[in-house]
Design a protein around this ligand. Structure first.
Ligand code: SAM
Length: 291
């Protein structure tokens, strides 16, 4: 039987056999360490009952490891040149379906309904292209797919920002945007040396466990997320200064300070110390005056 796709020798042989030249613009860095891939499958808690959605299968290294365990796999690959390769490398796994296209434009809900059983346990796994990590992750979260968990490789710094807690230097609007939908944790770090070609950045595996419902209730979600971005505009400035700039057409600085005080938020605090619960209170209080 053949070696696993992710072994360095097999990956090299596949790329050579097809004369495949990686496209940096598509974030093509292929993993060549089967153990890292097995760890991703394990971190996602995939079982023989699970359905798996993979973003960017490349030549099928991670797809193969999940297909060995899962009941069914649906993978989205944007690069047409990889389709014949995947058909070949994954020929032993008829329960894998590869969709050609940009996952950002795909109707994932429709595909999920077509491919998986109703109520089936679903996990997203990916070694994400670094250039579109955040848009892809936010699309999958905001569309509220019936997914239990998402385990994704990304640039280490981005994973740390997503999983950050209030009071830490990495905590910001991205942490809150993601943690609104899921519990976030960095599972492990991955060395540059296990990719071909080697990327310039270090990587980490992030696990997002979807919440049944958001940790806070707000009057208007879009207003809440926009206010948070406003509060973090200049990290060194106080929440009062950032929000009075953000609300400058609607409120005076004194009014902004008064609203913060009304919610027991000291206006000289920085946004990076403010929890999601506090932001929810702040957002609703401003909404009542401006929304
Ligand atoms: N899963 C493979 C692995 O671990 O070796 C490949 C990972 S590589 C970092 C990212 C893959 O995502 C590439 O195959 C690339 O062509 C694909 N890709 C990039 N942008 C995409 C998009 N918008 N939608 C779907 N796939 C995309």
């Amino acid at each position: 039987s053949q070696k696993e796709i992710a072994t360095p020798t097999r990956t090299k042989a596949i790329l050579e056999a097809y004369g495949f030249k990686v496209k940096k613009s598509l974030g093509q860095n292929f993993l060549i360490e089967p153990n890292v891939l097995r760890n991703i499958v394990e971190a996602a808690g995939i079982t023989g009952e699970s359905g798996v959605i993979e973003i960017g299968p490349g030549i099928g290294a991670l797809t193969e490891q999940s297909a060995k365990v899962a009941e069914r796999v649906l993978a989205y690959e944007i690069d047409q040149r990889l389709l014949p390769i995947l058909q070949d490398t994954l020929s032993d796994y008829p329960h894998v379906e590869v969709c050609h296209g940009d996952v950002l434009k795909a109707d994932v809900h429709r595909d999920v309904e077509r491919v998986f059983k109703k109520g089936q346990d679903l996990a997203v796994i990916a070694n994400l292209p670094y250039y579109v990590t955040t848009p892809i992750m936010m699309k999958l979260l905001e569309e509220e797919l019936p997914v239990r968990v998402m385990v994704m490789m990304m640039q280490k710094e981005v994973a740390e920002r997503i999983a950050a807690v209030p009071g830490s230097k990495n905590y910001g609007s991205l942490s809150i945007a993601v943690q609104y939908y899921a519990e976030a944790e960095t599972v492990f770090h991955v060395s540059k040396t296990v990719f071909v070609p080697q990327p310039n950045v270090d990587s980490a595996i992030l696990r997002l466990t979807k919440r049944d419902k958001p940790p806070v209730e707000v009057i208007d979600e879009a207003y809440f997320f926009a206010l948070i971005q406003g509060a973090f505009t200049q990290r060194r400035k106080t929440v009062l200064n950032n929000l009075s700039t953000y609300f400058k057409d609607r409120l005076t600085k004194a009014e902004t300070a008064a609203i913060l005080h009304s919610q027991d938020i000291d206006p000289v605090r920085r946004a990076e110390t403010i929890s999601i619960e506090e932001f929810a209170r702040i957002s609703d209080a401003f909404y009542m005056k401006t929304g």
